[in-house]
Design a protein around this ligand. Sequence first.
Ligand code: Z5A
Length: 233
Amino acid sequence: MNAPLVDMPEAAARRVEPGRFITFEGGEGAGKSTQARLLAAHLEQAGIRAIVTREPGGSPRAEALRSALLAGKAADLGPFGEAVLFGAARIDHIDTLIRPALAGGAWVVCDRFADSTRAYQGAAGKAKPELIAMLERIVVGPMRPDLTILLDLDPEAGLARARARGGDAAVDRFEGEQLAFHVALRSAFLEIAAKEPARVRIVDAALAPDEIADRIWTIVRDAFPAVLKQGAA
Ligand code: Z5A
């Protein structure tokens, strides 16, 4: 029998690291960074060591790639070329931060992860879905999130929030896309949630931040009942 050409990480069993991996996804200005911080604070209050990180970025090499990607320096490579660079940043982030943190028992709360590649470069950017899926299997392998919170918001409201926060600062590579791109993104995220309901939970991001945080905490407690007893914290 021929040996496989590539040792696909997806062939490995589910990851064995003791920590939990939670990601936040959604469009611009949906409140991902705000809620990632609030969830980490909640986890710490419950006695769990939590590390907040983000993508693209989260490690020095990935942050360097982030600067180039958000400045639009890779746009001419096309959506799949950009996806490959997001993937390169993700590999470094997983290898240097996410896997070691989970192995040490910490919980990792990540502001965006592979669903953003599916939505931005795949569905909205129109890179071929089978290529995006193959790239994800190679890059992420068994390091899939245990739980993903999708903060769902009308794109116009999200862009208005991001603009209000940014003031006169120049918009980045993705904020500058037309509204239709952001509408396609929202549909793409909702489609991912519909396909993977056990992993992806949708939260209405139009609510007040505290209300959203309460709903997320309920979801997290329900998802990990053995670790987070009902009523804890
Ligand atoms: N990208 C990609 O294309 N492919 C990939 O694989 C990955 C990423 C991983 C990263 O940019 C870009 O990279 C992103 C996708 C692309 N596109 N863009 N642009 P980023 O990290 O700089 O931006 P972002 O991820 O879109 O996040 P954001 O715009 O900073 O928004 P946010 O984190 O979701 O929201 P926030 O910072 O918590 O809140 C935004 C503002 O709204 C702020 O003033 C808050 O005080 C306010 N806010 C927050 N929550 C509320 C509520 N509930 N009500 C009212 N106001 C609120």
